[in-house]
Design a protein. Sequence first.
Lengths: 185, 154
Amino acid sequence: MARKKRAAAEINSSSMADIAFLLLVFFLVTTTIANDKGLTLKLPPNPDDIEDVDVKMSERNIFKILINSSDKLLVENEPVTDVKEIREMIKAHVLNNGRDPNLSEKPEKAVVSLKANRGTSYEMFIAVYNEAQGAYYDIYAERAGVSNAKWREISSDLSNPDNKEIYTKAREGIPMAISIAEPNK
Amino acid sequence: MAKFSKKSDTSQEIPTSALPDIIFMLLFFFMVTTVMRENTINVKQQMPEGTELRKLQRKSLVSYLYMGEPKNTSLYGDEPKIQANDVFLDIKDIILWVSKEKDKLSENERDQITIAFKADKEVKMGLISDVQMKLRKANALKVMYSVRQRTDNM
């Protein structure tokens, strides 16, 4: 039985790359890299559970920021036009240590009070809140001897014991006290 | 120029047999990292910008609330609305929504639930603070304002 010599059975795979490219492009287009980044905030507990206690706080310890319904700023009773000025003002306020009689007595006692109006835009509120948090992050980063960005990275991951140590050390004595008041109508 | 006219006998082709493998590698990377968006967002989302962003560590603990002007204004009006998982929520429904979201988590993680606000920058603070008040009542105290990283260095 002499058989005819057959050609080797081969699947043409040259279009494989094209098919893979097609799929690749599909996934490239549909991918939305999740960006779970933002400004963190811890809300105070349920107002019904809090007993009304009169806390006496001297006026000098409170750094007041008011935003009105047309997004104008009033910082410590002075109108401010540039949001970015707030950062240095807060830093000076927190780290005053009793030098300037108008600013805080001690970093522990310093409070930043942020009050918006119901008509304030979210954008403006975020801009101010960003600066307020940034001021505290700058202070902590400086104490920890790292950059601001590095500090934020450290403080986001406290499961690492090294980070936890740096975090508690830098925050010691300077609590981040940003109080967001109920907006008025 | 006889030196240059000399032809070499080696083949000039670049071997492309490894190309599909490389492409498949890329493909698998994107397939694994892709998160299919499970719900369509029906509100405008132009998020404000910030610089002091922090990353969330545990994505499983995050629930999203979208706030903004509805995209379909002829149907829903142009008042900012709250959206969660494909449906519009009323402010009074938020407590119920939070408890449903908490039920999805295991018991010891329930108080660590984080609510991420994906709000349009045109939204007024009145709505935001109403929502926050409900979250306080629902005992979901961790909040994150989703913002975009500001790219310029002003």
